[in-house]
Design a protein around this ligand. Structure first.
Ligand code: GLU
Length: 616
């Protein structure tokens, strides 16, 4: 997930460099590993790029300085998926002739095969990215005699995956091409003067409010102040209507959402669909290592720790071995005398920069011959340097301080590993494994349905609980992870005091606080703990507690005992219950978000918290 900005103009008195820099900076929320710009003059491409934040790069190389007669430029701010965030891996990427430049948002799934074929034909690659194959494929098609547009179309027929692309050619100074498949692209236009393309509207909103929204499988040829659209499959021209954007720039950056937290909750289904595409080979490597390990630990902090609690439960189910979860800050003290050679440590960190996780791993590696399997959202982050194998979740940048979509993609990644383990071990019948796999594949849709239809009911719960300052989040089994994570969200963004606890254990202490109307949120998927949970609900109800329960659609028993229910639209069988931390948590994220608003707080900036904790 990165930011693309492009411009082509016939206006003489504008500062192209300044417009491009400001445009790409407005997309920096989409990725901030590196930045690059290409412009064109006298049949030559001029490229400037480097790693780091845009402002840092601008201090080193003036990104705004273009040849005087430049009328076209493409810019990119990267969120690395393939290859570390280095200068060489930054976009734009060029073909061998240096005539074709490409900026890309997305992933080319079959790039390894294509890269091998291209290398065999003598093409030279300068980066580790998947993107770089695209200019080379276009180069081949042009050498075969096709024109620029047809070369792009034919080249993309060879690529599988997702892309938002902007492509220019040194010998075509009067136009450039953009294509969209599963990665967003919009076109802004000042008719007769200037045309823009961008991954998101804010990039050009201060310059024009007129735009076209591109759909999948569409290609556009942009000229100064004009644009033509084509269907990439039929090559037929498409007529599209101009839309007038009414948002202000701040709202536009958040895609029309009031806060990044809400936007990121709504991005969960898409982020999860991207994460589902993690290479099976990589998942299998994780699965095999875990299968052959004697001692397995999982370590993390904060939300990643709760994702680990959920994930270790799912993996243990299919692996048939216990996995010990240890907060990363405690790993050294807890294992100082017991860490053994050949142990496996799974490290989970959104940013890959959490200092306590890095230190735990460094300590373990310095003491014993251990294997470290890392799950992070950031390619090339520090943690990955100390890891034997790394899976990068595909949540994209998360700006809201409270983790939401990254939690779900972490649990999903651990669940995908669990499924690979099940396939390897064959302790379940193949037909059973398929049912689990199908249920997991349906999780993004379940979340999407919930988010579409339940905002009002969540707001109703917020109103009903407006006077409460203290809450219990209780559950049994795997749902303890959901209780802890859901409670943590309310604590972080709505400043309520919560205790996320085992429902059984809660009668050994916390129950002492329950008075008339004390809110207790029970997480109650109909799994093997359900019957016992009924007993716990009754214990708290008998003492006057207000019972709010999270249940599946057709739930009856706990519903009858509850004052309020939040219903998750999913079947109530074991294939779905095991993944309930994924499908139930968004409801609690939404509850935290609207409670925060109700109390006049800013959910994007919780007091005393920062996104990446790099101090002990
Ligand atoms: N896959 C490309 C890369 O790693 C593009 C990433 C993106 O969409 O940010 O460079």
């Amino acid at each position: 997930m990165c930011g693309i900005f492009g411009i082509i103009t016939n206006q003489k008195n504008i500062s192209l460099g300044k417009i491009v820099l400001e445009g790409i900076k407005r997309l920096e929320y989409r990725g901030y590993d590196s930045c690059g710009i290409v412009t064109l003059s006298d049949s030559k491409l001029y490229v400037k790029k480097d790693s780091g934040r845009i402002d840092e790069i601008q201090k080193k190389i003036d990104l705004t300085e273009f040849p005087n007669d430049s009328k076209l430029a493409l810019a990119h701010t990267r969120w690395a998926t393939h290859g570390a965030p280095t200068k060489n891996n930054s976009h734009p990427h060029l073909d061998c002739s240096g005539k074709i430049a490409v900026v890309h948002n997305g992933i080319i799934d079959n790039f390894i095969e294509l890269r091998k074929e291209l290398a065999q034909k003598g093409h030279i690659f300068k980066s580790e990215t998947d993107t770089e194959i695209i200019p080379h494929l276009i180069e081949i098609k042009m050498k075969e005699g096709l024109n620029f547009k047809d070369s792009v179309i034919e080249a993309l027929k060879l690529c599988k995956g997702a892309y938002g692309l902007a492509i220019c050619h040194a010998d075509h100074p009067d136009s450039f091409i953009v294509v969209r498949k599963e990665s967003p692209l919009v076109i802004g236009i000042e008719e007769g003067k200037t045309t823009y393309c961008a991954s998101d509207i804010p990039a050009f909103l201060p310059l024009t409010r007129k735009c076209y929204i591109m759909d999948d499988d569409e290609l556009a040829v942009l000229k100064a102040g004009e644009v033509e659209f084509f269907d990439i499959n039929t090559d037929k021209k498409i007529e599209k209507e101009i839309q007038l954007i009414e948002w202000n720039i701040d709202a536009a950056e958040k895609g029309g959402y009031e806060h990044f937290m809400l936007k990121e909750i709504y991005e969960e289904p898409t982020a999860m669909k991207r994460t589902m595409k993690i290479s099976k080979d990589l998942l299998r490597i994780f699965a095999k290592i875990l299968w052959s390990a004697e001692n397995i630990y999982i370590t993390a902090a904060g939300t990643s720790f709760y994702a680990s609690l959920a994930g270790k439960f799912i993996i243990s189910r299919f692996l048939g071995k216990y996995i010990q979860a240890i907060e990363c800050s405690e790993l050294q003290t807890q294992l100082s005398n017991s860490l053994k050679d050949e142990s496996v440590i799974i490290a989970v960190s959104q940013s890959g920069e959490t200092i306590d996780t890095i230190e735990a791993i460094r300590w373990a590696k310095s003491k014993k011959n251990v294997k470290v399997l890392t799950i992070t959202n950031v390619v090339g982050s520090s943690l990955t340097r100390y890891s034997d194998h790394v899976i990068v979740t595909q949540a994209g940048p998360e700006i809201g301080v409270a983790a939401t979509k990254t939690y779900n993609t972490q649990v999903l990644t651990l669940a995908l590993i669990a499924i690979e383990i099940a396939k390897l071990r064959k302790v379940e019948l193949d037909s059973e494994i398929k049912k689990y796999e199908k249920a997991l594949e349906e999780t993004p849709q379940i979340i999407e349905n919930f988010l579409k239809n339940n905002v009002d009911s969540i707001k109703g719960v917020v109103n009903a609980l407006e006077k409460s300052v203290n809450f219990f989040f209780l559950a049994r089994g795997i749902s303890i992870a959901t209780a802890k994570e859901g409670g943590l969200k309310l604590k972080e963004v709505a400043c309520r005091f919560i205790e996320g606890y085992s429902a059984a254990h809660a009668k050994h202490g916390p129950i002492a606080l329950v008075r008339e109307g004390f809110p207790i949120i029970f997480i109650a998927p109909p799994d093997e703990t359900y019957q016992r949970l009924i007993g716990n609900v009754m214990e708290f109800k008998a003492r006057g507690g207000k019972i709010i329960s999270l249940v599946v659609e057709n739930d009856k028993n706990i519903t009858e005992l509850s004052d309020i229910t939040i219903r998750i639209p999913q079947p109530g069988d074991k294939y779905y219950n095991i993944f309930s931390p994924i499908t139930f948590t968004p409801a609690l994220q939404l509850l935290a978000y609207y409670t925060s608003l109700h109390h006049g707080l800013d959910p994007d900036k919780p007091l005393n918290l920062s996104k990446t904790v790099t101090v002990h």
